[in-house]
Design a protein around this ligand. Sequence first.
Ligand code: SF4
Ligand code: SF4
Length: 299
Amino acid sequence: SEGPADMAPEIWEKVKDHPCYSEEAHHYFARMHVAVAPACNIQCNYCNRKYDCANESRPGVVSEKLTPVQARRKVISVANSVPQFSVLGIAGPGDACYDWKKTRETFELIANDIPDVKLCLSTNGLSLPDRVDEIARMNIDHVTITINMVDPEIGTKIYPWIFYQNRRWTGLEASRILHERQMLGLEMLVARNILVKVNSVMIPGINDEHLIEVNRVVKGKGAFLHNIMPLISDPAHGTHFGLTGQRGPRAAELKALQDRLSDGTKLMRHCRQCRADAVGLLGEDRGQEFTMDQVAEEV
Ligand code: SF4
Ligand code: SF4
């Protein structure tokens, strides 16, 4: 089909059957996530490592962790029984670019068996610049980077530490490095015509006003979509923010911010904060039908 008048045909080719990049497509095309990447190289104050990475998913959820070989079996099984299946994503449960060997092996196995599946990944961005050439070579044409600040001072309230070049960094230095790596990764992807979605977690009193500036910067650098996700802070899950009583935004606050940004980079408003092992149309998670004990051995 033909795309919108304001969209170049080669971009339309990439978004038309991706349920997250096209609001229209999300009614007709299904995505699945495989949770093959458990390791992570930063600490976010909203994360508890026992659960899925909040870069993409609702915190407090534990996905079924798979090896790349198990992931291949599961994807084939889904491809055979979910006719709308179009996109395979790796969204944790840790960081897809840090746990790169598993991410790469999974994509290579699957691209070999199902060459027309679209590949997608999400990352905190710290390791992203080191992966961009391989991302391009594997024809991964959708990448999500979670960018919660463009000011490292604000970053210090969100990130207690990062692990980079074989050591741990804290404080302002940690946030400065993370910020520089996120910007570099974004620029490198845009230069290769890979579509970038930026996710930002809205944290009242910490980065809510600042997300206006984040939107301006990522739009200036060529991000295709900006997705503002509400902090879901649950004391029961023992995150730093949960323990300090940091609240998430109210629905009206989230909408007010989205409305202020609506003339910026296109805003995604239909994100469902899917699990790292979600299967099916957005909002219709069929993951429980495809746990490993139900996936045939022989495929
Ligand atoms: Fe947790 Fe994801 Fe942040 Fe890593 S990037 S600390 S897995 S939320
Ligand atoms: Fe799409 Fe959001 Fe779900 Fe990711 S978490 S697959 S962007 S709807």
